[in-house]
Every structure is written in C-alpha cells, then in structure tokens.
Unconditional design. Sequence first.
Length: 98
Amino acid sequence: MSTHITTPLTAASARCPHPLLDHMLEHLRLKNDAALARALHIAPPRISKIRRGRTQVSPDLLLRLHEAAKIPVAELRRLIDGAPPPLQRRGRDASRPA
C-alpha cells in the first residue's frame, strides 16, 4: 500500500493553470504560449512548465499578467484555481446584483 504525498508538482490537478493561460491568450489576442511569453517578457519554457504542472504561477508572474492585461489580481487568482471568469453584464443595470 503506497501513500500519496501532495507536492506542488502533484497538486497540479487541484490548481490547474490552463484556464488562466488560455484566458490570457484569448484576452490578449495572442496565437500561442510563445507569444504570451514575449508579451510578459519571460522565457517560453516558463509557460510550458506551468502548463505541464511542473511549477506554479509565481507572484511575479501574477503581477506581470495583471499589468499586461489590466485584469484584477483577484480574477487572475480565480482563473488559477480553475474557476471560469465571471460573466460581465452590460447596460445600465450592470451595477445591480442579479
């Protein structure tokens, strides 16, 4: 009987960064992860390691994403946790709760 120890590498399924990276590609209208890396001024392997669950999104990268896309850090954190982005309401009733 083996025991499973959760580490940052094995916890990737619990905190899958794919929704975040996919959302950033769409939001910034970029073609691929290499273009995202260029936009964030980071090395492309860093994005690849995040996609494969070998490393987590660092606070530095979170700030770079925020600065590049002007998306609130709280929303970026929700995307890291795998939650879909909230729907944006339009019109004059946008300030009222649903």
